[in-house]
Design a protein around this ligand. Structure first.
Ligand code: ACO
Length: 379
């Protein structure tokens, strides 16, 4: 098939058939494998949802226990990988560190035939188990602490907080991060998932694929928006300054980070759940003044741009949650990545089932049959 119509950003152009997740952007609905995100965030947890996404059905108790045991058995970092991480520049961004260490993880992983189901499942387990460890370990190393061994009694969220802080998290902190990971696990054909699928389609290994997808997620129009939202909220300096800040931003035609979405034309359902998490956290740990700034900004932006479908997206409230958990701002996007690895790997499985290398077309708008001009005659 040849299509001659150029669609910027491939907006609305299907890149795959998929039964993994579903969005109704007008109604604000997100489903993983047919389950509403609100139901999953109320009744489930990140590890169970990871199984649901990867296997296409909810696990039995025995399957979930085995999955958890398998993840916990794979968290330790191999010595050469730790050496590589110790050598990374501490002043670099944690997303670049994650890209480099995921590539490093691939370098220390067995070279196998991924068409073999056991080998591909083993790689999936390794990536799910180790990605949060890479994020926590870089954070420890760059602030001058040493590697802290994972705690095999803890789930993914709790172990991440343990490795970051060296103490077992409060139940509210564990619950909140777990739910945030669940909300970020998968989201149809977004930029990083598309990037993952393109890399997967070349039959590159899943470590290379995840490292590439981290690069796509890093940009401020995608996952990188969450740290910029917090920077903006802090720079506004209080809810009384919101209207003036917003007016200036509009006059310069600047985008407001944490607002707008290619698919949602109403408030992102994940933002609604994150807002509930914010309220629960504040109930136990005390409020944060920038939340009032965020509410005032939401009111101003939706009041002015709501009829264009500009509403808060997932990145708008996540930073407020992570900040309350004591997580540094530039670790927000790596947390997004350690959740989204689930979606990338689920799409990898699908891509590999019916793989055809991605090779889209282009509409050539350049010249033809140019006469050759010797270098000494060029003006
Ligand atoms: N602030 C102000 N105006 C906006 C915003 C925003 N955040 N987002 C979109 N608009 C406006 C655009 O200026 C444009 O207006 P125009 O038609 O008058 O020119 C219109 O809405 C359409 O915007 P596009 O950028 O063309 O929409 P697109 O679907 O290509 O982009 C995107 C979606 C990238 C998410 C965009 O809304 C954006 O840049 N948002 C800010 C960054 C952000 O929060 N990213 C996180 C998204 S969620 C995620 O990836 C996890």
């Amino acid at each position: 098939m040849t299509t001659q119509e150029f669609v910027p950003g491939l907006a609305g152009v299907p890149a795959a058939e998929s039964a993994i997740s579903y969005i109704d952007g007008a109604a604000g609905i997100l489903e993983y494998r047919g389950y509403r995100i609100e139901t999953l965030s109320e009744k489930s947890n990140f590890e169970e949802v990871a199984w649901l996404l990867l296997k296409g059905k909810l696990p039995t108790r025995a399957e979930l226990e085995q999955f958890r045991t398998e993840l916990r058995a794979r968290r330790d970092l191999a010595a050469p990988l730790l050496t590589l991480m110790r050598a990374l520049p501490r002043e670099g961004h944690p997303m670049n560190a994650l890209q480099a260490s995921l590539a490093g993880l691939g370098m220390v992983s067995p070279k196998v035939d991924y068409r073999d189901a056991d080998s591909s499942w083993e790689a999936i387990l390794r990536l799910l188990a180790i990605t949060p460890v890479l994020v926590a370990t870089f954070e420890r190393l760059r602030r001058g602490d040493d590697y802290l061994a994972p705690d095999p009694e803890l789930n993914t969220a709790a172990n991440f907080l343990w490795m970051l802080n060296g103490e077992r998290p409060k139940p509210i902190a564990e619950r909140t991060l777990d739910c945030a990971l669940l909300l970020h696990a998968e989201h149809t054909m977004n930029a990083s998932t598309f990037a993952a699928r393109v890399v997967a389609s070349t039959e590159a290994d899943p470590y290379t694929m995840c490292s590439s997808a981290v690069g796509a997620l890093f940009g401020p129009l995608h996952g990188g928006a969450n740290e910029r939202v917090l920077q903006a909220l802090e720079s506004i300096g209080g809810k009384q300054n919101v209207d003036a800040w917003f007016a200036k931003k509009r006059a310069s035609k600047g985008k407001i980070m944490g607002f707008g979405h290619r698919v949602y034309k109403t408030k992102d359902p994940r933002a609604i759940t994150l807002q509930r998490l914010v309220r629960e956290l504040f109930g136990e740990l005390g409020t944060t003044p920038i939340y009032d700034t965020a509410l005032a900004l939401e009111k101003a932006v939706v009041g002015a741009l709501g009829d264009k479908g500009i509403y808060p997206n997932v990145d708008f409230f996540s930073g407020i949650v992570y900040q309350k958990l004591g997580i540094p701002t530039d670790v927000f996007t790596p947390i997004f990545a350690m959740a989204r690895v689930t979606g990338w790997l689920t799409h990898w499985q699908d891509q590999m089932k019916h793989n055809r290398i991605f090779r889209p077309g282009q509409i050539y708008i350049g010249k033809h049959d140019q006469p050759w001009v010797p270098i000494e005659e060029r003006g």
